[in-house]
Design a protein around this ligand. Structure first.
Ligand SMILES: [Fe+2]
Ligand SMILES: [Fe+2]
Length: 282
């Protein structure tokens, strides 16, 4: 019997909140009347975030010729929608890095970033219009793992060790051990953070995209493909062999044959290579 969402919440207790600066910024980026100055004012209250945004604006990814030194310049350069991704990325990073930053946390974070970049690249090459949403979907797909790591430090870390050493199926092992898995926990968190339903669905169904609600099938499929590609590129903990069925479902949803998939994957691998600096900067 799968656990109900109510039981899940009862098991997990309070979920970590989205930091206030992120909440304010999300509200602003959704407001058509918001100005760059409004954004600057909110971001500048957070030193670490300011530094991160400046670094990203200066990273090779945006091919800037002139150095970006002020927040206002950075906002103009990156645009609202990329700023939104950076802010969510920074909030997610804090969660991925809660407590001790051991090898496991580092690998989970690196996997999230590579999956985010891969999702965005898949979105571009597949002509999915909302590329920043794809980036965030990739970034947050495994956020449930961080929540489980925070809530059950010993048990979850032991589980990850088993997955790592025995190349086991993490999702199945989570279900056996806890009665729920990181996809369910991720959905609960993304819901609590009030992010778009498409992002909730991508977190929930990245291992089984075919079950996503109809409107959200393409995003769930893109994130599923990005997830597997990230593991194939050795970013993260887990064996891509366990993502075979997720990947077949995604190909079905996106009407891709093996050859078409391979040619899109070529483009995505190149994008990951190009964005390596951003991965290192975060
Ligand atoms: Fe996952
Ligand atoms: Fe993943």
């Amino acid at each position: 019997m799968p656990i109900t969402p109510q039981e899940l919440i009862a098991n997990l207790g309070d979920l970590p909140p989205l930091p206030q600066v992120a909440t304010q910024l999300l509200r602003l980026t959704a407001d058509p009347d918001a100005s760059a100055e409004d954004l600057r004012r909110v971001i500048s209250t957070d030193q670490a975030l300011t530094g991160q945004i400046l670094k990203i604006a200066n990273s090779a990814m945006f091919g800037m010729v002139r150095e970006v030194t002020t927040l206002t310049q950075a906002i103009m350069t990156l645009g609202f929608s990329t700023i939104k991704s950076v802010v969510i990325a920074s909030s997610a990073k804090n969660l991925y890095h809660r407590g001790t930053v051991g090898l496991q946390e580092r690998l989970i974070w690196e996997h999230a970033l590579v999956a985010a970049i891969a999702s965005r690249a898949f979105a571009k090459t597949l002509r999915f219009p909302r590329v920043e949403e794809a980036f965030i979907g990739g970034l947050l797909h495994d956020i449930g793992k961080s929540v489980m790591g925070v809530k059950f430090p010993e048990r979850y870390s032991a589980l990850l060790r088993t997955v790592y050493n025995e190349r086991g199926d993490g999702l199945a092992l989570e279900l056996d051990t806890f009665g729920f898995d990181h996809a369910m926990v991720g959905e609960a968190l993304v819901q609590k953070w009030n992010l778009a339903p498409s992002l909730q669905q991508a977190a929930r169904w990245h291992h089984d995209p075919i079950h996503a609600q109809e409107d959200h099938l393409p995003l769930a499929a893109i994130v599923a493909l990005a997830n597997r590609l990230a593991l194939e590129q050795k970013a993260g903990i887990g064996d891509p062999i366990h993502l075979e069925s997720a990947s077949l479902q995604a190909m079905d949803i996106l009407h891709l044959g093996p050859e078409a998939l391979e040619s899109h994957q070529e483009a995505v691998r190149a994008a990951i290579e190009q964005d390596k600096t951003m991965i290192a900067e975060f």
